[in-house]
Ligand binder design. Sequence first.
Ligand SMILES: Nc1nc2c(c(=O)[nH]1)N[C@H]1C(S)=C(S)[C@@H](COP(=O)(O)OP(=O)(O)OC[C@H]3O[C@@H](n4cnc5c(N)ncnc54)[C@H](O)[C@@H]3O)O[C@H]1N2
Ligand code: MOO
Length: 416
Amino acid sequence: MRPYDEALAQLLNDVGSVATASNATESVSLLDAVSRVLAEDICSPNNVPPKDNSAMDGYALRLNEANEQGQWQVVATRLAGDASALTVGPGEAVRIMTGAEVPDGADTVIMQEEIIRDGDSISLASEQGVSAHKVAENIRPVGNDIKEGRVIVAKGTRIDASHLGLIASVGINTVSVYRRPVVAVISTGDELIEPGQPLPAGSIYNSNRYFLLPMLEKLGCEIIDYGTLKDDQALFERVFKEASEKADFVITTGGVSVGDADYVKPVLDALGNIDFWKVAIKPGKPFACGRLSKDDTQKAGYLLGLPGNPVSAIVTFMLLARPAIQQFSGQAAEPLAFLPGRVTQDVRKRPGRMDFQRAHYVMGEDGRLKVTPFNSQSSGVLSSIAESNCFMVLDREQGSLEAGAKVKILPFREWL
Ligand SMILES: Nc1nc2c(c(=O)[nH]1)N[C@H]1C(S)=C(S)[C@@H](COP(=O)(O)OP(=O)(O)OC[C@H]3O[C@@H](n4cnc5c(N)ncnc54)[C@H](O)[C@@H]3O)O[C@H]1N2
Ligand code: MOO
């Protein structure tokens, strides 16, 4: 059994990345770019905001040159979108709206709640007069958000809604992204039935397919869904081969253990090579992987054989398949971000496997995170994932723990 870190390092080394391949990029319009990985640094061609503008509805004036009476004459009105030439002289003010360009000469915008207006004459409402205000207040300076030429989103970033907004804010509507990884998904097992069908004796509903497809979607993958295969070695061989010729990754669930109908490994061995089998993690130990071709020069899909138990399948997807697909997609490495916490109850654990217990974490009254493991840690209990918000991660050589012990928290809901 490989320790988790070694298994992941080997997997990442074996799968490579489209970022090093030629012809692996395409140009897409902004709204089609969400969930894709950027193949270029996005540099801003201009300043945001492009000119000094007002943060408030109020009056633009020269606070530095306030007269003794602290009074100004309103000489014009400035709306957002109006860029006509306009200069404010000493003793003059311009009625200005939020977002409008600050007229030349003005050094400050006073918000209207802090102004007393009498006809076209304004004065400061505060008894402290000018000293209640600061020069430049309520002015958003040119380039305050983004300076011209700055990299606003780096190559290797998986684009989310905030990146789309930021890229739009500098006026760019097309970006270069890496091609999508093609992923074939295969459920295996004689006992599996699709939801919506009556359940014959001895059968169970296929749940793995229903969390894998949306998680792959979220990773920007192009999916080939092979549904469910009966446990038949010749059938596996034929379908795995076909899938590997079309897909970058072939993800299977089930059939990787030591049972009489566990054909995934023998088929991987026959078509290609097993990179490794078994990782020292709980759940998910029998994870298997390798390339589905013996010919190194041929492009062929890489098999990620997830264990059949639903929790083992989702955990190995999150911890092994997901980083492999992210790296292959050209995404910059994203190491697991643990949070420090304390466990609320005694925990039993035997040394030997790194344990990813499903758990719920909250902020305690002392401001520290406290984490409570789900009451069943069985790898068949999928509600342990649906009702948890993190893994409580216990190192491989760790033994049992007492309530109050320090543990690592790994939030996972954003991956789902
Ligand atoms: N003698 C041993 N037996 C087992 C070992 C072992 O080391 N020695 N390891 C156990 C562990 S740990 C796991 S995990 C499982 C993995 O088994 P397989 O990958 O071969 O999976 P299957 O036997 O095909 O299925 C296991 C379990 O999961 C259910 N299943 C499968 N696919 C789905 C699906 N798509 N949706 C819902 N449920 C699914 C299946 O019905 C079984 O109950 O092996 C242990 N055994
Ligand atoms: O690894 Mo199995 O996934 O312990 O149930």
